[in-house]
Design a protein around this ligand. Structure first.
Ligand code: B12
Ligand code: SF4
Length: 496
């Protein structure tokens, strides 16, 4: 059998990082780990190819080559998924779809031959057996969430590594909290399941084996969801890094209560974690309570961010406006918090009711749901009736974005952040000097010559140049990311 694995295209959003990736000569930030994992579950004799549409186009010849097509999708990829399925069906191929979008919005791509709901560790082997016996079903869903011991080492070698700016591995699935708007706990459950330490280290060996050096995103929903196991993992991870000359810089997602645990913070630093994405959501305690995000109400949020930064971790943060209990001055309060917390990469979104979440069910009961979400919570569109006047809410949201990504505000946060994050080790030496020089030249040319905000860039550049070399590199990386955010903000939130 010849299996073609297809990752549909992401629209241009803050999360695509497209404008920033161009400086590094990369096409996408991360590979589609779900498909690389799926590939490793297929029978060994099967031939396999990956087409990530964010990296290269899907050609008719790719489809013609395949006997069977496996496609994944998040909600934001649904239009592209539909086009992929249509093209494959037009060429008479058997099409199998799965992933978060299919799981939460099943039945929306009627042309597909087979749907997989949820995780595929037990259902895919069953499907392969059924296919051989000629009894393959239309829909597969496991009765229980599989233990991660059943997850094989992903086929990292299938991805065109040089097209991506980072690689991904997964240590755990699920999160113990119960935030009302979250679909993670619906898809992956509230009991975090982890891989064994040996399993994760074997995946890192495999990544090293295919030649990867540099950033590795540990794509867990909440890396510290199972603290006991993470505390067992971290010393082993640090030892592995030492043994291999520290080839990787890790980034991950975690809940804010990370700040309460000194042992975890120190362990993460030793293991080579550089950044962490925190779901901060809002500085307003009533809105956090409304969202059932009670873990964020336990301490002083600003102090929690500072504690994590003091441990050498750059903090990225997710923020939301649009809660029922948001006060009239919510926009100013979010801006003040983000400034004071020195979070350069602040992902602010409008509250969105994702399918099959507690929020979705409440708004449905209250008769306030308007439509299915586009999956992109930064597009400025609402899929429910908010308590605040909708026009005021969207205008306030757009004002936050314009202010946050105006060069003066953004560059100041980047400098403040680097001052707080005292890294004891430089980035791993995975880059060639030539590539760094090329990237810096591109940044200087685009931001310092062609861009209308070039004066602010050179002001920032002078201050960055006075910093130690590794901090200068980090600041230039932040400048590139800020440029991406500003470009998107200019397009999506123009002054009315
Ligand atoms: C890494 C990641 C990203 C990366 C993208 C990586 C990539 N190239 O795919 C980045 C950071 C760019 C990203 C961005 C976004 N993401 Co994202 N992301 C994740 C995250 C944390 C991990 C994905 C992953 O690699 N998982 C590991 C693999 C092994 O799991 P998996 O993909 O689920 O695959 C398993 C099964 O689903 C199944 N499977 C998957 N595909 C298929 C296909 C077939 C045919 C079959 C049989 C089985 C199958 O088999 C696998 C093994 O069991 C997930 C959360 C999560 N736990 O998965 C969110 C998640 C997928 N993202 C999500 C969202 C909403 C977004 C954003 C819109 C931002 C946001 N949170 O608002 C943006 C959109 C992107 C864009 N450009 O616009 C949602 C999706 C919700 C939905 N219903 O679609 C998730 C679930 C988390 C969440 N609630 O925020 N994301
Ligand atoms: S902490 Fe994050 S992953 Fe966990 S339930 Fe809340 S939003 Fe979901």
């Amino acid at each position: 059998m010849k299996a073609l694995l297809v990752n549909p295209e992401f629209p241009e959003t803050y999360w695509s990082f497209r404008h920033a990736l161009a400086f590094e000569g990369k096409r996408a930030a991360f590979p589609p780990l779900g498909l690389l994992t799926l590939s490793a579950m297929l029978p060994r004799p099967w031939e396999r190819r990956l087409v990530d549409l964010n990296v290269r186009p899907l050609k008719a010849a790719d489809i013609a080559w395949a006997d069977i097509i496996f496609a994944t999708a998040m909600l934001v990829q649904k239009d592209s998924l539909r086009r992929v399925v249509q093209r494959c069906k037009e060429q008479g191929k058997r099409v199998v779809i799965g992933g978060p979008y299919v799981t939460t919005s099943m039945g929306h791509v009627p042309e597909a031959d087979h749907l997989f709901l949820g995780e595929a560790e037990t259902t895919l082997p069953q499907f392969v057996q059924d296919l051989a016996a000629g009894t393959a079903q239309h829909c597969y869903q496991a009765a229980e969430r599989p233990p991660l011991s059943a997850t094989p080492i992903p086929d990292f070698g299938l991805a065109e590594l040089k097209r991506y700016s980072a690689m991904s591995v997964q240590y755990s699935r699920g999160c113990p909290f119960q935030c009302e708007f979250c679909d993670i706990i619906e898809i992956y459950g509230r009991i975090p399941r982890t891989k064994s330490t040996a399993q994760l280290l074997a995946e890192l060996d495999a990544l090293r084996g295919v030649g990867w050096r540099g950033t590795v995103f540990i794509v867990d929903d909440n890396f510290i969801g199972n603290k006991r196991n993470v505390k067992r993992l971290l010393p082993e991870l640090a030892a592995w890094q030492e043994r291999h000359g520290r080839p990787f810089a890790f980034l991950t997602e975690a809940s804010v209560n990370l700040a309460e645990d000194e042992e975890l913070l120190a362990g993460m630093r030793r293991a080579g974690f550089r950044s962490v994405f925190l779901g901060i959501e809002t500085p307003v305690a009533e809105s956090l309570r409304e969202a059932r995000k009670t873990q964020n109400t336990r301490g002083d949020l600003l102090e929690s961010v500072r504690t994590i930064q003091r441990h050498g971790l750059e903090v990225m943060g997710g923020f939301i406006v649009g809660f029922d209990t948001d006060p009239a001055d919510i926009f100013e309060r979010q801006l003040t918090f983000i400034r004071e917390s020195a979070i350069p990469l602040a992902m602010v979104g409008l509250l969105t009711a994702l399918p099959d979440t507690q929020l979705w069910r409440r708004l449905e009961r209250e008769g306030r749901l308007l439509a299915e979400s586009s999956g992109n919570n930064t597009s400025g569109s609402l899929n429910f009736v908010p308590k605040m006047d909708p026009a005021r809410l969207v205008a306030g949201y757009q004002r936050i974005m314009r202010t946050l990504y105006s060069p003066r505000e953004y560059y100041q946060r980047a400098l403040d952040c680097l001052k707080r994050v005292s890294q004891e080790r430089p980035e791993p030496h995975h880059r060639s000097l030539l590539r760094d020089v090329v990237a810096l030249t591109r940044i200087a040319l685009t931001l310092g010559v062609l861009d209308h905000e070039r004066r602010a860039f050179w002001h920032f550049f002078r201050r960055a140049a006075a910093a130690p070399r590794e901090q200068f590199a980090a600041l230039m990386r932040l400048a590139a990311m800020g440029y991406h955010f500003r470009k998107l903000t200019e397009v999506s939130s123009r002054e009315p």
